[in-house]
Design a protein around this ligand. Structure first.
Ligand code: AMP
Ligand code: GLY
Length: 423
C-alpha cells in the first residue's frame, strides 16, 4: 500500500519510521517531510494545507491512505475535502473532520463538550468584547493565578497564566478588544487554575472503539528545571511513572469513554488520534486540553513503544474494525531529548551543517527541522532533531540519549540536560 503523511516534524519522521516497518507498505510519501524522512521515504514539497496539490499527488501516485500529522490541515478540513471529492472519497484520512477538529480548534467548544458530558476539567466561562465587564466579574470570583485562553488556534501561544487580577483584566481586554491573538482571541475562555503534575494520554479511535496508546510527559520550557519560555517541547518520557494502573483506569472511565461516547452522541464521526492533556492532582485526572493529533515530541517516545503494526491499526480506524486489531506495547521506557537551534524559541539561525549522525548507534534520531542541501544535512528549524532511546529504566534510556547527543554536532546546538529530572 502507498500512504501519504502530511507534516514535517519529528512526529512525522516517527510515523514514517513506524509505517516503513509494516509488511503491507509499498511506498511512504511525506509532504513536505525533512532530511530524516527523505532517508526512508519519498518527500514531496507540498504544503499540508494545499488541498488541491495533495489531491494531485494522491491520484498520480496511487496513494491509498493519508495520515495527517499537524492540526492545521484538520481544522481547515482536509478530511472533509476528501469526502466531498468523487475521486478521493474512498481514500481514508487518519484524522478527524472539521467537526471533530473543533476539540482543538475551539477551546470554547471543547470546554462546552466536557461540561456536557461530565468530563472533569477546570471550571470556566467564555467572553468576548461585548461582555467584557462580565469577564472582569468572573475573574473576581476566581483566585490567582488566572488562566486566559484564546478560543482559536494561536500557534501554541494563546494561553496566558497571570498572577495579578489587574494583569488578567488588562490581558483579557487586549485579547478580545484589541485582538492580541488576531481572530483566535475574538472569544476568550477564562478558567480556574488546576494544581498538579501534567501528563498526556493518547487515544486512537475509529469512532466506535479505541486503543489507549502509551502515556507520555513532555518538557515544554526552554530552560532547565522547567524555566524560561515555552517551546513546542524539549523532550519526553514514556511511560509516565506516576500514571499507575489505578490512575489510568480513572482516565479511561472518567475521560476516554465519555469522550468517545460524547463524540458519538454529537454525531461526530471521529477517526484519528485524540491527545488528552491531563493534570494529575493527587491521583485525580482532569483535562487541560484536547488536541486532535499526536504530540511532538511525545510521538517520538510513544510510537517506538508500540509493537503492533501501525498500518494495521490505521486500517482498523479506516474500516471501523479497530476493536478486532491486536495491540501491544513494550514495557521498556523510551526517552527523547530535543536538539534545538541556539536562540530558539526566539530568533535563531538556520542552515548549519549537522555532523556525527553516522556515529549514533544506540538511539533513534528523529529529524524535525532539517533539510538536505548539497548532500549535507543542515538545520532548517528551531527544533532540529529528537534523540530517542529505549531501555529498562528511565536512567538508562536517558544515558543512551545523552551519549548519542555527544556524538552529534552543529553550530549553536542547544538542549536540556535535565529531561526527566522531576520523575
Ligand atoms: P493548553 O494550550 O490549553 O494546553 O495550555 C497550555 C499550558 O498551559 C498547559 O500545558 C498547562 O501547562 C497550562 N494550563 C492550561 N490550562 C491550565 C489550567 N486550567 N490550570 C493550570 N495550568 C493550565
Ligand atoms: N508537545 C506538545 C504538543 O505537541 O502539543
Amino acid at each position: 500500500m502507498n500512504v501519504l503523511i502530511l507534516g514535517s516534524g519529528g512526529r512525522e519522521h516517527a510515523f514514517t519510521y513506524k509505517l516503513t516497518q509494516s509488511k503491507k507498505i509499498s511506498q511512504v510519501f511525506v509532504a513536505p517531510g525533512n532530511a530524516g524522512t527523505a532517508n526512508i521515504a519519498k518527500n514531496v514539497n507540498i504544503n499540508p494545507t494545499d488541498f488541491n496539490a495533495i489531491k494531485n499527488l494522491v491520484l498520480t501516485n496511487a496513494i491509498e491512505m493519508v495520515i495527517v500529522g499537524p492540526e492545521a490541515p484538520l481544522v481547515e478540513g482536509v478530511h472533509d475535502f476528501f469526502l466531498a471529492d468523487n475521486d478521493l472519497k474512498n481514500i481514508p484520512v487518519i484524522g478527524p473532520k472539521k467537526d471533530g477538529a473543533l476539540l482543538e480548534g475551539s477551546k470554547d467548544f471543547s470546554k462546552k463538550f466536557m461540561q456536557k458530558y461530565g468530563i472533569p476539567t477546570a471550571k470556566y466561562q467564555s467572553f468576548n468584547k461585548n461582555n467584557l465587564e462580565l469577564g472582569y466579574q468572573f475573574l473576581e470570583t476566581l483566585s490567582p493565578p488566572y488562566v486566559l485562553k484564546a478560543d482559536g488556534l494561536a500557534a501554541g501561544k494563546g494561553v496566558l497564566i497571570l498572577n495579578s487580577i489587574e494583569e488578567a483584566k488588562a490581558e483579557l481586554k487586549e485579547m478580545v478588544s484589541n485582538q492580541k491573538f488576531g481572530e483566535a482571541s475574538t472569544t476568550v475562555v477564562i478558567e480556574e487554575f488546576l494544581k498538579g503534575i501534567e501528563l498526556s494520554v493518547f487515544v486512537l479511535t475509529d469512532g466506535k472503539s479505541y486503543k489507549i496508546l502509551p502515556s507520555a510527559k513532555d518538557y515544554k520550557r526552554i530552560g532547565e528545571g522547567d524555566t524560561g519560555l515555552n517551546t513546542g517541547g524539549m523532550g519526553a518520557i514514556s511511560p509516565v511513572p506516576f500514571a499507575d494502573k489505578s490512575f489510568l483506569k480513572k482516565v479511561e472511565d472518567l475521560i476516554v469513554k465519555p469522550t468517545i461516547d460524547g463524540l458519538q452522541k454529537e454525531g461526530i464521526d471521529y477517526r484519528g488520534f485524540i491527545f488528552i492533556g491531563l493534570m494529575n492532582d493527587n491521583g485525580n485526572p482532569s483535562v487541560v486540553e484536547y488536541n486532535v493529533r499526536m504530540g511532538d515530541p511525545e510521538t517520538e517516545v510513544v510510537l517506538p513503544r508500540v509493537e503492533s503494526d501501525l498500518l494495521d491499526l490505521f486500517e482498523g480506524v479506516a474500516h471501523q474494525n479497530l476493536e478486532e486489531k491486536s495491540f501491544s506495547v513494550t514495557s521498556k521506557t523510551a526517552t527523547t531529548v530535543m536538539l534545538v537551534s541556539g536562540g530558539y524559541p526566539e530568533a535563531y539561525e538556520k542552515g548549519h551543517e549537522i555532523s556525527g549522525l553516522e556515529n549514533v548507534k544506540d538511539s533513534i534520531v528523529f529529524h524535525a527541522g532539517t533539510n538536505n542541501i548539497n548532500d549535507k544535512v543542515v538545520t532548517s528549524g528551531g527544533r532540529v532533531m529528537a534523540i530517542t532511546s529505549m531501555a529498562d529504566t528511565i536512567e538508562e534510556a536517558l544515558e543512551k540519549s545523552y551519549d548519542s547527543i555527544n556524538k552529534i554536532h552543529f553550530n549553536k546546538m542547544n538542549y536540556r540536560k535535565d529531561i526527566g529530572f522531576d520523575l
